[in-house]
Design a protein around this ligand. Structure first.
Ligand code: ADP
Length: 151
């Protein structure tokens, strides 16, 4: 079984995240979309709502499950027997950041590989932080989030 974890804050899930999961499906038997809980940052939307939105988004995909975790992503991967981490790459800034994280993760657990998927061009500007900003000021975020959910 090829099991992959797609870790992130998903605060909230966007069309960019959804697209990465759907495009990664043919590569893996199972994908666990996992919210990493950061003790220092509670985030904008409550974890429970973020989990609910993830579940609603992937309700049609039996190979996808949704979880949250505390601590290191590689420890979570080991606990669910995942050998792969999925990350999306939007820009060269993402690449520089992700390279560091992935290389540290490889040092921690050499058996876990990070697999990168390039963002579709139409989603490069769709970030959770922009969605939060639009939402904070009362703007309509519908066009940036999966159609299965309402925020
Ligand atoms: P983090 O908590 O690490 O900031 P996010 O929840 O923002 O993570 O994103 C999780 C993953 O989704 C990251 O790999 C990020 O690069 C990717 N991602 C975020 N936005 C998009 C997008 N618009 N298109 C493709 N991938 C994206």
């Amino acid at each position: 079984m090829k099991i992959a974890v797609f870790p992130g804050s998903f605060d909230p899930i966007t069309l960019g995240h959804e697209s990465i999961v759907r495009r990664a499906l043919p590569l893996f038997d199972r994908i666990i979309v996992a919210i990493g809980i950061n003790a220092e940052k509670s985030g904008y939307f409550p974890i429970e709502r973020r989990l609910e939105w993830l579940n609603q988004t992937f309700i049609d995909l039996p190979q996808v499950s949704v979880e949250s975790y505390n601590g290191l992503t590689v420890d979570f991967c080991e606990s669910v027997n995942a050998d792969y981490i999925i990350r999306g790459l939007r820009t060269s800034a993402d690449f520089e950041f992700e390279r560091g994280v992935a290389q540290v993760n490889l040092k921690l657990v050499p058996e876990i590989e990070t697999v990168f998927l390039l963002t579709l061009p139409e989603y490069v500007m769709v970030t959770s932080s922009i969605v939060r900003e639009v939402h904070r000021h009362g703007g309509n975020v519908e066009q940036f989030i999966p159609e299965q959910i309402t925020i």
